[in-house]
Design a protein around this ligand. Structure first.
Ligand code: SF4
Length: 355
């Protein structure tokens, strides 16, 4: 790692650049309350700005403040989140809203430690809330900032390791200006998103180019260091596409933990041999297996899932399966508002289009 230049130099160049080249019209920059900043930061974890814009508008129109979000049923939150992926973010969002509403009277705490103690808020999100909403001193270290700092100071190694992360945090703290934290934080994020991009960074337009270590060494592509390669396992699972004479499809709410926790999905069975038992448990005895669909691959962070759909038709027109809120019949002509994983939503749309 290179010696750090005077931090004010780094910060002042970035702040000057931000005035004419930064982003000033993102919806969460208007009225940057802790609620709006928190919501946008959670949505932006693993997701591009372009995708987040529509979700952010819908969320803030439906839930104007943290209390409205806390009072909403989890299903409504998951429904609005459908398609953004990483659904634990939505469940944590709901839990945090309830804690802020009940324990903090609807106002986010203003201390870093208290923010980090809330579900789904890490050190960088907490720092962003403090700096962007409160214009107070706090460092952030999201993916864009990690890339800028790793390149500018030639910080070797994969940021997923504790020692590299520690170095990056120390650097992020050291480059903070003595005021104007809101604009500085936004400038860091904007530089990473628009100039110091993952591929083909536009170094000629970068205010930090004169002393960028990675550029000087001709090693920009080597920073940040890559995650060591590992084999991602594949697992198969059989999903039942059960339809009744109304062309409604049976959905089952998944357990709160595990993949797609709390979302609505086709019933999953271990293998075909367990089909009679599952159908009996669902109260559906009169059925025929009408075929199998081509397997559908879906990639999670730690494994690949091969969904194997098994098509089942139930004889009678079924309106009630059993007395529980864990199953429902889904009909696209009058679709209820449910949280659906993307592959399930896509398959339901494809089935509806066939009719
Ligand atoms: S000079 Fe290039 S590599 Fe270095 S921080 Fe700027 S854009 Fe990134």
């Amino acid at each position: 790692m290179n010696e750090l230049p005077h931090p004010g130099d780094f910060a002042s160049r970035l702040l000057r650049w931000h005035v004419s080249h930064g982003r000033h019209d993102l919806p969460w920059q208007r009225e940057p309350s802790p609620y709006r900043v928190w919501l946008s930061e959670v949505m932006l974890q693993q997701t591009q700005v372009g995708t987040v814009l529509g979700y952010f508008e819908r969320f803030t129109q439906t839930f104007a403040d943290v209390k409205a979000l806390a009072e909403a049923p989890l299903d409504e939150v998951l429904h609005l989140w459908s398609g953004l992926g990483y659904y634990s973010r939505a469940r944590n969002l709901h839990k945090t809203a309830q804690i802020v509403a009940s324990e903090y009277g609807g106002e986010f705490p203003d201390q870093l430690d208290a923010l980090i103690a809330l579900p789904g808020i890490g050190r960088s999100t907490a720092g962003a809330i403090i700096a962007l909403a409160g214009n107070r001193r706090a460092a952030i270290l999201d993916g864009n900032v990690k890339r800028v700092l790793a390149r500018h100071y030639a910080i070797e190694g994969w940021p997923g390791t504790t020692s590299v992360l520690k170095q990056l945090w120390a650097t992020a703290e050291s480059v903070l200006p003595s005021d104007d934290y809101r604009n500085f934080t936004q400038a860091e994020m904007d530089l990473g998103a628009t100039v110091c991009t993952r591929r083909n960074p536009n170094c000629e337009a970068c205010p930090l180019r004169s002393d960028c270590a990675a550029r000087a060494q001709g090693r920009i592509d080597e920073f940040p260091g890559r995650r060591p390669r590992r084999q991602v396992p594949t697992r198969s699972a059989c999903f039942l596409i059960v339809s009744d004479r109304n062309r409604s499809i049976l959905l089952q709410r998944r357990p709160p933990n595990g993949i797609w926790g709390g979302l609505w999905c086709f019933p999953e069975i271990a293998n075909e041999a367990t089909l009679p038992q599952t159908m009996a448990e669902l109260g559906l005895r009169n059925y025929v297996m009408s075929g199998k669909m081509a397997p559908i691959p879906h990639t999670f962070t730690h494994f690949k899932l091969l969904m194997e759909p098994l098509c089942i038709e139930v004889g009678e027109q079924v309106t009630v399966v059993r007395e529980t809120d864990a199953v429902c019949w889904y009909n696209s002509s009058e679709a209820p508002q449910l949280g659906l994983p993307m592959p399930v939503s896509r398959l339901l749309n494809a089935l509806a289009a066939q009719r």
